[in-house]
Design a protein around this ligand. Structure first.
Ligand SMILES: [Zn+2]
Length: 255
């Protein structure tokens, strides 16, 4: 089977799997997972719910895990210079941190090695739309194209759609975009509760401080392609370690 045939077969498999997902479930009946309790309850000895926890992340949109485990998910907008991405992801790997990269499709197209730069180091790949337009504000057809075009590229490279979808230019997905994501193979939209604001290049100390506001269960928004983010990482990882917080992939955080 040629590579092109394989890619087509993969795409067909993804579309078949996506067709089986209940479109309405993620749209109108499944609410967003609420935010974690206020900081004042952090560290309290409230017992975990007795019910067996699901093995998979919940459907809908998530921004903070309530497992009670001392873990955080550093999540990255995947775009920008590939050598810089390599340094960021290598630094994280060397420090034992797994992260989730929500890749922009045009970035994966521009840098065919980008998928492997992420996955070879054990990091996790997700979908951050094809071209990073304001996906919540697009027509349904255009939003679907933004989601599916990126998904198809990820699927051709990895055999699956990737772990999560994150909307572009928006912290939260509209119900309509959540439904489109679910239909495309992403039952869970990954939002975040901590914004490092590294995309405005405020200096490594400010990034370290903002990202360091993470608490157990937090999802932190960060960006590849910004040198100050790389500079902030060693201190940020020191801070998280000092507080007993372990950086893990979003799948692990919510799993
Ligand atoms: Zn982004």
């Amino acid at each position: 089977m040629s590579r092109r045939d394989e890619a087509a077969a993969t795409r067909r498999a993804v579309l078949r799997a996506a067709a089986l997902l209940p479109l309405a479930a993620a749209c109108s009946r499944v609410p967003s997972v609420p935010s974690a309790p206020p900081t004042s309850t952090e560290g309290s000895s409230t017992p975990a719910p007795a019910a067996t926890s699901p093995a998979r992340p919940p459907t809908g949109e998530v921004e903070h895990a309530s497992t009670g485990r001392p873990e955080v998910a550093l999540t990255f907008h995947g775009a920008g210079d590939l050598d810089l991405a390599r340094q960021v992801l290598g630094t994280l790997h060397d420090r034992g941190a797994g992260v989730t990269v929500l890749a922009v499709g045009t970035w994966l197209q521009q840098y065919p090695d980008a998928v492997r730069v992420v996955t070879d180091l054990g990091h996790e790949l997700g979908n951050h739309t094809w071209s990073h337009r304001d996906v919540d504000g697009l027509s349904e057809a255009a939003a679907r194209t933004e989601i599916e075009r990126c998904r198809d590229l990820i699927a051709a490279a990895t055999g699956g759609p990737g772990a999560f979808f994150r909307p572009s230019q928006a912290r939260h997905a509209t119900p309509a975009v959540r439904a489109l994501a679910a239909a495309a193979g992403y039952p869970t939209v990954l939002s975040y509760d901590v914004d490092s604001r590294d995309f405005i290049d405020p200096g490594p100390a400010a990034i370290r401080r903002a990202a360091g506001a993470a608490t157990a269960g937090s999802v932190v928004s960060m960006h590849l392609g910004h040198p100050e983010t790389l500079a902030a990482l060693p201190g940020l990882l020191d801070d998280l370690t000092a507080r007993g917080l372990r950086p893990v992939t979003a799948s692990r955080l919510f799993g």
